[in-house]
Design a protein around this ligand. Structure first.
Ligand SMILES: Nc1ncnc2c1ncn2[C@@H]1O[C@H](COP(=O)(O)OP(=O)(O)OP(=O)(O)O)[C@@H](O)[C@H]1O
Length: 308
């Protein structure tokens, strides 16, 4: 039989007084998937992650975690670990002592034996005996991840895990998450940044003002956007601008004096422009989207939703 879904959320509503934080949210995450939750500030990402972690109960809707319906009691569902709003750490304890305290609290000897291993996985071995009071945001995030790993979760929930991480820190943390997913753990993480999600996630859910604006594979999201803005650098900007002006179906942006031409239009029209530039003996030195197709789709979807 197939493994149960890690997350199955249907029609989830959550309000705080007058503020509707989640409005009919659906989320499906199978085992072994890294699923990105993105959206502008206040979109409802942290609220949704909090429900998955058992920190709050939805006003209405149904939520199943790892095949078990979530009840009305506040409790971290079996098999789930992670954090929202930054990991909770004891500042006067060292990194190793923080993890030992967690293992002692759970009364789990196997957990205690894994401490060195998880510290190594997140790259904190060298600072394991330093008090966390002096830890940077990135180090705190890594220690939070180490604490979650100790529990050997089948569903890992992370709120903005790449916050504060430098490029090598990101690479290391992403490696940890990818190995977990390969072993069947589902990961749901939030981010403001499409490039982070693109590097890590196979599927994404975009929230805008509490509603799902898109949910599905990243490739499908890129297909949502038909027309991108492209910047074109040529050997003769003035002549290129004239050729572009004579090409039907093309919109031209950017300042008149700028050496860079910014155009948007359907791909066949862009193809036509490039052919015409070459025929006019104008060299095309660069042609690239102003923002990635995913970023453009994200912006288009969230703008539409927030404009309502
Ligand atoms: N405990 C609370 N009390 C009142 N309002 C809340 C509470 N928690 C969240 N909200 C509101 O619910 C909405 C969703 O907030 P949430 O923190 O889930 O968004 P988010 O997508 O995580 O935002 P950010 O990217 O800024 O972290 C916001 O309007 C927020 O002000």
């Amino acid at each position: 039989m197939d493994a149960p879904l890690a997350v199955r959320a249907r029609g989830i509503d959550q309000s705080f007084g007058e503020v509707v934080a989640l409005d009919g949210v659906e989320l499906t995450v199978p085992a072994g998937q890294i699923h990105g939750l993105v959206g502008p500030n206040g979109a409802g990402k942290t609220t949704l992650l909090g429900l998955l972690l058992g920190l709050a109960v939805a006003d209405s809707g149904s939520l199943e975690i790892l095949g078990t319906p979530v009840g009305r009691a506040l409790a971290v569902p079996e098999g789930v670990a992670g954090f929202v709003d930054g990991p909770g750490l004891y500042p006067s304890l060292t990194a190793r002592q923080n993890l030992a305290a967690l293992a002692a609290l759970r009364g789990d000897k196997a957990m205690a034996r894994s401490i060195d291993d998880v510290l190594d996985q997140v790259g904190l071995t060298d600072v394991a005996n330093d008090r966390t009071r002096g830890f940077s945001l990135g180090m705190r995030q890594r220690l939070g991840l180490a604490a979650a790993l100790l529990a050997k979760p089948r569903l890992l929930i992370l709120d903005e895990p790449s916050n504060g991480l430098d490029p090598s820190g990101k690479k290391q943390v992403y490696g940890v998450l990818q190995r977990l997913a390969a072993d069947g753990t589902a990961v749901v993480l939030s981010s403001h940044r499409m490039d982070d999600v693109e590097a890590l996630c196979s599927e994404v859910t975009i929230l805008a003002t509490g509603r799902v604006a898109f949910s599905g594979p990243l490739g499908k999201l890129a297909g949502e956007i038909r027309e991108l803005d492209y910047r074109i650098v040529t050997s003769d900007p003035a002549a290129a601008r004239k050729v572009a002006g004579d090409t039907d179906g093309l919109r031209i942006g950017g300042g008149q004096d700028s050496g860079v031409l910014v155009v948007s239009g359907p791909v066949p029209v862009l193809d036509e422009l490039v052919k015409r530039l070459v025929q006019a003996d104008i060299a095309v030195r660069e042609l690239s989207p102003l923002v990635s197709p995913l970023e453009a789709a994200f912006l288009a979807l969230t703008e539409v939703e927030t404009d309502r």
